[in-house]
Design a protein around this ligand. Structure first.
Ligand code: PEP
Length: 250
């Protein structure tokens, strides 16, 4: 059985100095946690410094994105092999902000997932419906097509984590209800079972969207939730440590 996975997505926040200050506070707060995995995805600019600071700790280095080629004339991009070289273990792929602001299609996301797995990094593959799609009863169609297209021709379930992130819950303060999370996670687990059979049990399904120290306990104890991806509330060391140690949170 796998450990639950709690991941910070810092998005475009923190200078190197701010990242190291966070870690000075955060590492001692979580040093005794060994029954769950903790990940931090800083900006690319911070990744080497953060990697050095968390070496030999219980925190895994994650990246927020990767390109799908290992080198070449792709101005501004960072390759999976470069991330691997920096000690990255997990790469977030297909975040809704990448889909929305950088026009990442399911086909591009699929290429990125394949390229990361080829470098033996695990992925945190993000899926989720917009508010409009939910209101038009399209949630399950969207989740299904994102899963089928994103995971096309990928037969390495051990390398996959899925983050269910309803777009309307990201950074809005509106958290999905327990029953919305539960039914989405059950649906996602059915879909991956169709793809991978019993091996689908190796895939963790995380929830993301306005997670806080106040709501973490009820989210983590919701059936079929194997972890969380946290944006805003992961920027503060104390708040994020409370999320990691959710049993003790209010
Ligand atoms: C995210 O960006 O993955 C996220 C879940 O953000 P927030 O926690 O701020 O809603």
């Amino acid at each position: 059985m796998f450990k639950k996975f709690i991941v910070a997505n810092w998005k475009m926040h923190k200078t190197i100095k701010e990242a190291l200050l966070f870690l000075e506070q955060f590492i001692p707060l979580v040093k005794d946690v060994d029954d769950r995995e903790i990940g931090i995805a800083p900006t690319f600019l911070c990744i080497e410094s953060v990697g050095k600071a968390i070496k030999n700790t219980n925190i895994k280095l994650c990246a927020q994105n990767a390109f799908y080629k290992n080198e070449g004339a792709y101005t501004g991009e960072i390759s999976p092999s470069m991330l691997k070289d920096c000690g990255v273990e997990y790469v977030i792929i297909g975040h809704s902000e990448r889909r929305k602001y950088f026009f990442e299609s399911d086909e591009i996301i699929n290429k990125k997932i394949r390229a990361c797995i080829k470098e033996e990094m695990k992925v945190i593959f993000c899926i989720g419906e917009t508010l409009e799609e939910r209101q038009n009863n399209k949630t399950f169609d969207i989740l299904k097509s994102q899963i089928i297209m994103g995971l096309k021709d990928i037969d390495m379930p051990d390398f996959i984590n899925i983050a269910y992130e309803p777009v309307w819950a990201i950074g809005t303060g509106v958290v999905a209800t327990e029953s919305q999370i539960k039914e989405a996670h059950i649906f996602i687990k059915e879909q991956i079972k169709n793809l991978y059979g019993d091996s689908a049990d190796k895939i963790r399904v995380l929830y993301g969207g306005s997670v806080t120290p106040e709501n973490i306990k009820s989210i983590m104890t919701t059936e079929n939730v194997d972890g969380v991806l946290v944006g805003g509330a992961s920027l503060d060391a104390l708040k994020f440590s409370k999320i990691v140690k959710y049993e003790k949170s209010i």
